[in-house]
Ligand binder design. Structure first.
Ligand SMILES: *[C@@H]1O[C@H](CO)[C@@H](O)[C@H](O)[C@H]1NC(C)=O
Length: 378
């Protein structure tokens, strides 16, 4: 009662108080908004002016060693290639059954001890199992495939546009599943992220490899279709968006399906924000050349190293994509069979400045043949 009477007696005082409070709230809001904008701008700016330089940490996986013969090497029989050894972080432990646990401990220690601009990650790079396009390329021969058949959606009862896996390809992916299944109890670190190319054969391979595994709760198989980078500058460079894909253009097997199709066929897969309904990049007459592909895969690594705190990651993609990833990290050449997986131990160092873009090269591959070339023996 008294309160009201005070206010009634001093209406001007009341209105001044209200104004002051309003002004204060307004200032707080403005300040907050201004700060938020700065944060966003800062992030955008810092993304624009750095990239990473990559190197392969040798001596941990057989595949990085010079005397390993890729044509004879079977990662399934060799514990993914992990070299049995001791680590200086963990000198007392040499139980070979515990090798993966020691290795994980070692890698995490390296990350802890290093400066903030240096990161270590282990990427499991998986090539899709055999697809119908692989069958067709063998059937027609590579030169006839490249100049003619690859441009069709299919022929002779085969369909290879956005090729699906063959039964052989499914079996190869299932073998990868069995390998994980046998090594998880021995402490192999399950991937912390599962990146997959948007092409059907890669999605299907990742599913067969990782679904129904006994994975730790915080590392369940939740595939992320890696197409659009979260780095702002990449979103404006259409040519570099499809980061985890195979060489883009000309071959119909490398043209992706619509987002709707992918959502229906692989409802558990998460499409990154900005994933467009139709393939925005594939064109019938320009096939991405090697340097552009290498640049794209290095940008994929930049994106992952800038945004993914995980240390053990899975990427399921394609032979060309894996070749250029190995190139980007200074790893020796190591061709994979369909369904092959190679773990790579990477050291990344953040450096100032944008990644240098390669010059625009002419379309890769031979000029198109007007009609099916005569069956060649090649
Ligand atoms: C791929 O082939 C399998 C087996 O024939 C089939 O079940 C599946 O639906 C196909 N997937 C797509 C996405 O076409």
């Amino acid at each position: 009662m008294k309160h009201i009477s005070v206010n009634n007696r001093h209406p001007r005082l009341l209105s001044i108080t209200t104004s002051c409070i309003s002004l204060f709230i307004l200032l707080v809001l403005l300040f907050w908004f201004h700060n938020m904008q700065n944060t966003i701008e800062d992030e955008g700016a810092s993304h624009l002016d750095f990239h990473f330089t990559y190197s392969t940490v040798e001596g941990y996986f057989l595949q990085s060693e010079k005397d390993t013969d890729p044509t004879r090497f079977d990662f399934k029989k060799e514990n993914f290639g992990l070299i049995p050894r001791t680590y200086d972080s963990d000198p007392d432990h040499a139980d070979p059954k515990e090798q993966w646990r020691h290795f994980e401990h070692h890698v995490r220690q390296l990350n802890q001890k290093t400066d903030e601009d240096t990161h270590y990650k282990v990427l499991f790079l998986g090539r899709h199992g055999q697809g119908w396009h692989n069958v067709a390329e063998s059937k027609y021969g590579t030169s006839a495939w490249d100049c003619y058949w690859s441009m069709l959606d299919g022929a002779d009862g085969l369909i290879w546009a956005d090729a699906n896996l063959t039964a052989v390809g499914e079996a190869q992916a299932t073998e990868v599943h069995q390998l994980w299944d046998s090594l998880l109890p021995n402490g192999i670190p399950a991937p912390e992220s599962y990146y997959v190319s948007p092409l059907t054969r890669a999605l299907k391979t990742a599913d067969l490899s990782f679904q129904n595994l006994d994975l730790p709760k915080d590392r369940l198989y939740e595939p992320v279709v890696k197409e659009v980078s979260s780095l702002p500058q990449l979103e404006t460079q259409a040519h570099d968006k499809q980061l985890l894909r195979e060489a883009i253009g000309v071959h119909t097997c490398d043209r992706r399906n619509t987002a709707t199709y992918i959502r229906n066929a692989f409802p558990h897969a998460q499409l990154e924000a900005g994933f467009s309904e139709t393939d925005p990049l594939w064109t019938a007459d320009y096939r991405e050349p090697e340097l552009a592909r290498r640049y794209r895969l290095a940008q994929l690594l930049d994106d992952i190293f800038a945004h993914d705190d995980g240390v053990f990651l899975s990427l399921t993609s394609h032979s060309g994509a894996i070749t250029e990833t190995l190139e980007a990290i200074g790893h020796r050449a190591f061709a994979l069979e369909t369904g092959g997986v190679i773990p790579v131990f990477i050291k990344a160092k953040k450096v100032a400045g944008e990644r240098e873009q390669p010059p625009k090269e002419p379309s890769a591959g031979p000029p198109p043949c007007p009609s099916p070339p005569a069956e060649l023996s090649n």
